[in-house]
Design a protein around this ligand. Structure first.
Ligand code: ZN
Length: 297
């Protein structure tokens, strides 16, 4: 018979410990299983997670794809919206820029036109009111100043405030000299005079100051300079020396008084008198004379 003592000897209490250990091991095994299960579960979970991850990825992939599509569309739409607005804004800016540019160009043109008009007006005023500043004239050496006396007729002493034209005459006394004509003006018999007399040898005598009227050109005495020209015969044609001196003198006067060739006139152009005869008879020679004066300047 197995007693309690024999049993206990045969199966000491440590067995229980072993059992406990075994149970513990079993438990551990169970735990392991559990752990394994957990691992499996974790695996499943991991798989699920992977699936979720995959799903997530696919979702993430799909979402961005879908979202990307939508976003892209949205961005595209948005970009389109912004692009259209931007284009409109750019067009507006360009239009404003062009408008400003055109406005500036118009203003420039206006100022330019105003400047041209002012210059033309000044030129016209200068032409109409060319003042006689004889004190500052640079007289050439070939001019001999030998003024006639103030008698109230040949030399009135009337002040001439401006010079608009230069009048050419001929002395109508063939073969007479410049000195002889000057002396005649200065005589009591004379009622006439000229600012200058050009002689047969090309000499030039000034008989009246340029700031005074001469008595040669009727109603145009107050605003013209007069030149009487000697000639060898009744045709009234000037010889070469006289012609050259006349061209030289006239060119100098035109320069000093800022006059063009259209301001050269014949006595004939004022009164219709046959003076200077040769240039009334030969208008082409008159044109050549004016051209020669212009070329000499
Ligand atoms: Zn005349």
């Amino acid at each position: 018979m197995i007693t309690k003592e024999i049993y206990e000897q045969t199966y000491p209490k440590t067995t229980a410990s072993t059992d406990t250990i075994i149970v513990g091991a079993a438990n551990r095994s169970g735990s392991k299983t559990s752990s394994s299960k957990s691992s499996s579960q974790r695996g499943a979970s991991s798989k699920a997670s992977a699936q979720r991850s995959s799903a997530g990825r696919s979702s993430a992939t799909s979402r961005p794809a879908a979202g990307g599509g939508t976003g892209s569309a949205n961005r595209s739409a948005s970009a389109h919206g912004i692009g259209t607005a931007g284009k409109k804004h750019a067009a507006s800016v360009r239009a404003k820029h062009h408008k400003t540019k055109r406005s500036k160009q118009r203003n420039k043109l206006k100022w330019l036109m105003l400047a041209v008009i002012l210059l033309l007006a000044l030129a016209m005023l200068r032409s109409c009111f060319a003042t006689v500043d004889v004190k500052n004239l640079n007289y050439p050496d070939y001019i001999q100043q030998n003024f006639i006396g103030v008698d109230g007729h040949s030399r009135t002493g009337n002040e001439m405030s401006r010079v608009n034209d230069i009048v050419i005459h001929y002395v109508a006394n063939p073969g007479s000299s410049a000195k002889a004509n000057r002396d005649y003006f200065d005589s009591s018999q004379s009622q006439v005079s000229a600012h200058f007399v050009v002689g047969l040898k090309g000499e030039v005598i000034q008989c009246v100051p340029l700031d005074e009227e001469s008595s040669a050109s009727n109603q145009r005495n107050p605003d013209t300079i007069s030149i009487e020209v000697c000639h060898p015969d009744s045709s009234g044609k000037f010889n070469d020396q006289t012609y050259y001196a006349l061209v030289q003198l006239t060119a100098w006067l035109c320069d000093e008084f800022h006059l063009g060739e259209d301001h050269l006139i014949r006595h004939y152009d004022i009164t219709g008198k046959d003076c200077p005869k040769y240039y009334v008879d030969h208008p082409d020679a008159w044109s050549r004379f004016k051209d020669d004066v212009e070329r000499f300047r």
